[in-house]
Write a new protein. Structure first.
Length: 347
């Protein structure tokens, strides 16, 4: 666990990997492997599977794709190179299901678990924390503050202050799409004295560059503690991943500078504009997964934009918005990198 903790603290670009399906909505192993090879070749420091971007429906035993997808990804990562890539397994459900999934992920070589708490929508904080502690005994935890619009729940400072006391917590993905709630998590790790142990990751796809550049200067006792968000675990980084790796490197180089690069701040707004189109912010994120799929389909990394749920499709006007941002910000895409390597990844 110490090696994984150290890697996460160093700051990684971790794409949340989509599920590759054919036009008939059947699992597409060839394109799934290509996606994993793409992320590894792009320089991603980790890959997350079984998370929202992968479609939570794969956790359903009737769908039967949780193990095949996680196993294929782990096998592909191991066969693709010498450097270590942190594997993050998404877990869902009640404690029995989540611990069972954690045990499976551990057996497949996964390093930590991104724990969805959607099954605990009406539960007390004590019940949620007991659930987290139980899962942490099986696999180290990557905490997850998921925005309510896509199935999360509000988790107050009091929850995070107790959550970070769990020794097996190695990182937290902050994705409430809310600056106040983001600050609750940062305050919690500082007040608990765990800012050197628990890495913070942005999942705020609407504020990626702002999160990565911001230095939090908080008081603890009689002194000031300075904290940065180390990296990102993002559905947005499922697309144009090579440029995401470059972006993270640029943001980390700028962290702590008195004068932040104006060009980097401007790029942050352009990325947010792209995210609004890809994630379908205009329709409360209804088309976020097919939006990601469409960008990857255009590059040839997916053969279709189909989702397991046939009703999960692009929203009205979303295709036009994707066209708009792709034309407006060509410097943000990695189309040339993909085109140069796609045949090899699809082998």
């Amino acid at each position: 666990m110490s090696d994984v903790r150290e890697m996460l603290r160093s700051g990684l670009a971790i794409p949340a990997c989509p599920l590759a399906l054919t036009a008939e909505r059947r699992f597409d192993p060839r394109h799934q492997r290509a996606l994993i090879r793409y992320y590894v070749a792009a320089g991603a420091g980790g890959i997350a599977l079984g998370v929202h971007t992968t479609q939570f429906a794969i956790h359903d035993a009737a769908v039967g794709l949780y193990r095949p997808v996680l196993e294929l990804a782990a096998d592909t990562v191991r066969s693709e190179g010498e450097r270590q890539v942190v594997l993050v397994a998404g877990l869902v459900g009640n404690t029995a299901q989540a611990t069972r999934e954690a045990a499976l992920a551990r057996s497949l070589g996964y390093d930590c678990a991104l724990l969805s708490l959607s099954a605990f929508a009406g539960a007390s904080l004590d019940a949620i924390l007991a659930h987290c502690r139980a899962v942490a005994q099986v696999l180290p935890l990557f905490g997850f503050y998921l925005q309510p619009a896509v199935g999360g729940r509000v988790l107050p400072y009091a929850f995070w202050r107790r959550f970070v006391e769990i020794e097996e917590v190695v990182a937290i993905k902050i994705a409430p799409f809310d600056r106040y709630k983001t600050l609750d998590v940062v305050r919690a790790i500082v007040d608990a004295g765990r800012e050197e142990d628990v890495a913070l990751y942005t999942g705020n796809d609407d504020h990626i560059v702002g999160d990565l550049l911001t230095e939090y200067r908080l008081q603890r006792g009689d002194g000031e503690v300075r904290v940065h968000i180390a990296g990102g675990l993002l559905g947005h980084w499922a697309v144009w991943a090579a440029k995401a790796v470059e972006l993270l490197a640029a943001c980390r180089a700028a962290q702590g500078q008195e004068m932040l690069p104006a060009d980097l701040l401007a790029t942050g707004i352009q990325i947010t504009d792209c995210n609004a189109a890809f994630f379908d912010a205009a329709h409360d994120f209804a088309g976020c997964i097919p939006g990601i799929h469409e960008v990857l389909r255009r590059q040839g990394l997916l053969s279709s934009r189909q989702c397991l749920d046939p009703t999960e499709v692009l929203s009205p006007g979303q295709m036009d918005e994707i066209d708009r941002v792709c034309a407006a910000y060509p410097h943000l895409n990695d189309d040339t990198f993909v085109a140069d390597n796609l045949d090899e990844w699809l082998r």
